[in-house]
Design a protein around this ligand. Structure first.
Ligand SMILES: [Zn+2]
Length: 67
């Protein structure tokens, strides 16, 4: 299976180089609604709203303090 999947940015429609790509995952508060994902190019990913999320496994002590 040598066929390469071409990833296209869901925001701007540009082809995404695998090394530059990103996936944005959106989870509804209401779990019944499930979740959705968007493939993004590096540029779009950088301009998306959102905050840095700590990697799993370690919980910062100041978690969910006043924002
Ligand atoms: Zn893009």
């Amino acid at each position: 299976m040598a066929r390469k999947t071409i990833l296209v940015c869901d925001n701007c429609g540009k082809e995404v180089d695998e090394a530059q790509g990103a996936v944005m995952r959106l989870s509804w508060s209401d779990a019944r609604r499930g979740a959705k994902e968007a493939d993004l190019c590096g540029e779009c990913a950088g301009s998306m709203p959102g905050r840095q999320v700590a990697r799993r496994g370690r919980r910062p002590k100041s978690a969910s303090a006043t924002e």
